[in-house]
Design a protein around this ligand. Structure first.
Ligand code: OMP
Length: 305
């Protein structure tokens, strides 16, 4: 999968994923209204609204981008119908040729991680049949339970040719509270970065490892150090746009050849129709506003590569 992702990034010259993170308040009123007419003001109605919202944005942007990153929490908030909308979104994106990074941030004791890995990246045995649950191409994982929480993901990635992005240094303001703590004089995120490099060593595609990392655009200097510590890891970089990360901040995450990082934007793209800059599109053309925001993001990133 990492090879497919890298090849699509190269082909489209667009190291970008769109974060499909729909809150109901991001969905224009006409879309909500239609869904509620059909399903009522219910969780089913909300899930239908976010699914229709996603679908239009995917249709409007899929020729420009290598992949998407749906955040599971945004769907879980709508309960069982929400998770059905999550799966429907994953399937639809894959049918359009997009790579899907399931932003699930899971990780647990080994036996529980094995179930997460099977459900999201692998398959479960049901009698004589091997069945897939959410079937994303990649998943984000939390390494803070240690290696035995990661191993089951590595195993499933090996068997099913999938990939993971391990949280190394997150974009949020308080990420330093634990992640920057010094251990033998070195910040914890650097030690996690070294682990990511070693987990990925025996696990490489053509140029990059199936084990990638998540490092926030809001910490470019740390990104520079981590880029060196994990030479084979693709870095998923959230924090551009809505969280304040700029194109200039993204520079240290990329290698000289313009590869090595893929940048996520969620609200910056899916809420573009609410942004003054894209006001001319109006709520009815929200997907066109998203397309323009993607084009602007790609142009912005190309300008620093
Ligand atoms: O794993 C992630 O994707 C992630 C890690 C991180 O450090 N920071 C971060 O913002 N994210 C996710 O990236 C997305 C950022 O959304 P926007 O700030 O709206 O672009 C959300 O889905 C976050 O959950």
């Amino acid at each position: 999968m990492i090879d497919r992702l890298v090849n699509r990034i190269k082909k489209l010259q667009a190291p970008v994923v769109v974060g499909l993170d729909p809150m109901l308040s991001y969905v224009p009123e006409q879309v909500q209204k239609k869904a509620f007419q059909e399903y009522g003001e219910t969780l089913e109605g909300a899930a239908e609204a976010v699914w229709q919202f996603n679908k239009a944005i995917v249709d409007a942007t899929c020729d420009l981008i290598p992949g998407v990153k749906p955040q599971a929490a945004m769907y879980e908030q709508f309960g069982v119908p929400g998770m059905a909308a999550f799966e429907k979104t994953v399937s639809y994106c894959q049918s359009k040729g997009l790579l899907v990074i399931g932003d699930i941030k899971r990780g647990d004791i080994g036996s529980t991680s094995a179930a997460y890995a099977a459900g999201h990246l692998g398959s479960v045995q049901v009698g004589s049949r091997s069945l897939e649950g959410f079937h994303e191409d990649f998943a984000t994982v939390n390494p803070y339970l240690g290696s035995d929480g990661i191993e089951p993901f590595l195993q499933v990635c090996r068997e099913h040719k999938k990939g993971i992005f391990v949280l190394v240094k997150t974009s949020n303001p308080s990420s330093g509270e634990f992640q920057d703590q010094l251990v033998d004089g070195r910040p914890l995120y650097e030690l996690v970065g070294e682990k990511v490099a070693s987990w990925g060593e025996s696990f490489c595609g053509e140029e990059y490892s199936y084990v990638g990392a998540v490092v926030g655009a809001t910490y470019p200097e740390m990104g520079r150090v981590l880029r060196k510590i994990m030479p084979k890891a693709y870095i998923l970089v959230p924090g551009y746009g809505a969280q304040g990360g700029t194109a200039e901040d993204l520079k240290p995450f990329f290698n000289k050849d313009g590869l090595g990082a893929v940048v996520n934007s969620s609200r910056g793209i899916i809420c573009a129709w609410k942004n003054e800059k894209y006001q001319k599109f109006g709520p009815e053309n929200y997907a066109d506003a998203s397309r323009q925001a993607v084009l602007d993001m790609i142009g912005d990133i190309r300008s620093i590569l």
